[in-house]
Ligand binder design. Structure first.
Ligand code: ADP
Ligand code: MG
Length: 454
């Protein structure tokens, strides 16, 4: 059986196994490009993002199907290969030439270790400690020394951009380092956990979930507020929690609010969360903001006069992500436009930004896109699959994420109750499109301008 036939068969089966949206998003553009006599298969996917996803979620399922076709099938390697289908010639040269395939990072944050899901860029060393997070940091350090026995669970909460993800991932990275890989760590966002549960229920593979999340020593779960109200996911999380807890395994949780303020959380989960250590992270004060700016400048080998640092620290006081964003902009302007960073320059940039934060909301973005493409909002969030509607729809999702930084599920909800994987796919697609197509980036800039102007 040739590669094409084999893959056709696998896809046909997968199409039945998973939801239509998921199939389209993740598998439609895949291709089997090699198979050797030892039962090793190589599958190409168009982006790193889809590779990660398919690898983590569908690998087993696919291998299963392959084994039915070919009893020798042993292992699948996934590789990234842009332009899988761009031309016949390309398809031919692909075979046997896959190792040097250019790997493109669609989202830098996906440079994660596939085993632990941790991003190595988050460390204790580059976590700046001040009065707003010193308790949280102390608890994090204590956990690393006494995994599972000191505070369990350890629950961090605080607003966006204050360093929760950084801190909990840093704990994971530190444990890996200190215990020389002898402890199994797994980091997961609660969006992904939810997804896994939904998938497992649909495919009757709850055993996979149990293995994945209970057969570990440290479970780190980010943004737990998203499981509020999701019955099955809460249920599964409750069992996972209990099973780990009973074995003294460490559980680390982050949330945007304290346990008692999670509206639709089951009482029994809430009391579990409150049974450990709960620490908040608050907004950094002026001194700490100065320290953050200086350190970040040092890290990126850039300099600004103390006076300017002081001005920035005085103005940007929401969160640390905002500080990083502003510094990146300043550095960009300085390097690419040769503009000296003065107080006026900073004021101008900040005014633009804060305006953005103040009056922009999802409805405004949706309306701006509809107006720009001269279609109705109903069409935009409706079901039509016409190209003239699909592109604006994807751009809307991209802008909602890009400008307001809101969660994929929330965007999905807003955009006609779509699955969040559809949103992730849309954002990724537009991101790539903007890189290679000047037309798209121009369109998006025009829409952005109209959003900021009004
Ligand atoms: P949250 O998860 O609370 O929304 P993140 O952990 O994603 O916030 O932090 C936002 C950005 O700010 C990240 O790039 C992170 O590395 C940086 N950051 C946050 N807190 C600190 C800190 N104390 N020291 C250094 N960088 C920080
Ligand atoms: Mg976070």
């Amino acid at each position: 059986m040739d590669l094409e036939k084999i893959w056709e068969t696998v896809l046909a089966e997968m199409e039945i196994n998973i939801s239509h949206a998921n199939f389209h998003t993740w598998l439609k553009n895949s291709k089997l490009i090699n198979k050797d006599d030892l039962g090793n298969f190589v599958v190409a996917l168009p982006t790193n993002f889809s590779k990660e996803w398919v690898e983590n979620k569908y690998q087993k399922n696919i291998l299963h199907i392959l084994r039915d076709l070919d009893s020798q099938a042993k292992k699948i390697d996934f590789i990234v290969q842009g332009n899988i289908f761009s031309s016949n010639q390309n398809q031919k040269t692909l075979k046997g030439n896959y190792v040097s395939a250019p790997t493109q990072m669609a989202f830098p944050e996906f440079k994660v270790d596939p085993e632990t899901n941790l991003n190595p860029k988050y460390t204790f060393q580059n976590f700046i400690v001040g009065s707003s997070n010193e308790l949280a940091f102390a608890a994090a350090q204590a956990i690393v020394k006494e995994v599972g026995s000191k505070y369990n669970p350890l629950f961090f909460y605080g607003g966006v951009g204050l360093g929760k993800t950084h801190l909990i991932q840093a704990i994971g990275n530190e444990i890996i380092k200190d215990y020389k890989n002898s402890l199994k760590v797994r980091y997961v966002s609660s969006e992904k956990f939810t997804n896994d549960v939904v998938w497992a229920i649909k495919n009757k593979r709850m055993e996979d979930i149990k293995k994945k999340y209970r057969d570990i020593d440290i479970l780190i779960i980010d943004d737990i507020q998203f499981i509020s109200g999701k019955e099955k996911t809460q249920e599964e999380f409750f069992h996972t929690f209990n099973s780990l807890y009973a074995l003294n395994k460490q559980i680390i949780i982050s949330s945007d609010r304290p346990p008692h303020a999670l509206p639709t959380l089951h009482e029994r989960l809430r009391s579990r969360f409150e049974g450990g250590m709960t620490v908040d992270i608050i907004q950094p004060d002026y001194e700490m903001r100065v320290a953050i700016i200086s350190t970040k400048l040092q890290e990126s080998k850039h300099e600004l006069p103390d006076k300017i640092i002081g001005i920035i620290a005085g103005k940007v006081n929401e969160n640390i992500r905002e500080i990083e964003g502003l510094l990146n902009k300043l550095i960009f302007i300085k390097e690419n436009k040769g503009v000296e960073i003065t107080e006026e320059v900073i004021n101008e940039i900040i005014n633009k930004n804060t305006q953005v934060n103040k009056n922009i909301n999802p409805n405004k973005i949706i309306k701006a896109v509809a107006d720009f493409f001269e279609i109705s909002i109903n069409e935009l969030i409706g079901k039509s699959r016409k190209k003239e509607i699909v592109e604006p729809r994807q751009i809307t999702m991209f802008l909602l994420r890009n400008i307001l930084n809101i969660s994929f599920p929330f965007i999905g909800d807003k955009m006609g109750k779509r699955d969040h994987t559809t949103v992730m796919h849309a954002c990724e697609k537009i991101n790539k499109e903007m890189e290679k197509n000047i037309n798209t980036s121009q369109k998006i800039n025009l829409i952005k301008e109209s959003i900021y102007k009004n």
